[in-house]
Design a protein around this ligand. Sequence first.
Ligand code: NI
Length: 176
Amino acid sequence: MAILNVLTYPDPRLRRCAEAVKVVDDDTRKLIDDMAETMYTAPGIGLAAIQVDVRKRVIVIDVSEDQSALNVFINPVITASSGEQEREEGCLSVPGIYATVKRAESIVVNALDRSGSEFILEANGVLAVCIQHEIDHLNGKVFVDHLSRIKRDRIRKKLSKQERRGSETLAGSAVA
Ligand code: NI
């Protein structure tokens, strides 16, 4: 396994739309393993292939406390959603920034697992948020796009200041 380089906002490569995986093969499974290792090492609770510069519709998520419940979604599609929730979100591609985003409370998602079998999952709470956040990535969208322009400008300034200062460890909520 390998730790992959995570692109940082506002890198234009985060704006690309990922393509459906046609065949779930060993290359796909290697990507999944590398993405999981990258997510766990960060640490984060979710990662989309676009964030590691791979334009495929692949997501890994683990919202458990002890990194014991890896969820893999290939070609995920949300087929139903209901309710509303607001939660603070962070993102491995937007280091050190946290903001509250409004999302659906419950979703139903169809996807393929790492063996290529189709499954349907009903999710709510933080898992539902994470799935919506990662599917946004596959469509070239970052969570700060849900915020007002003023807030986004503030975030951009903060990030460029951070970059000038060099990397630093920032404590905060879970990032995806
Ligand atoms: Ni993210």
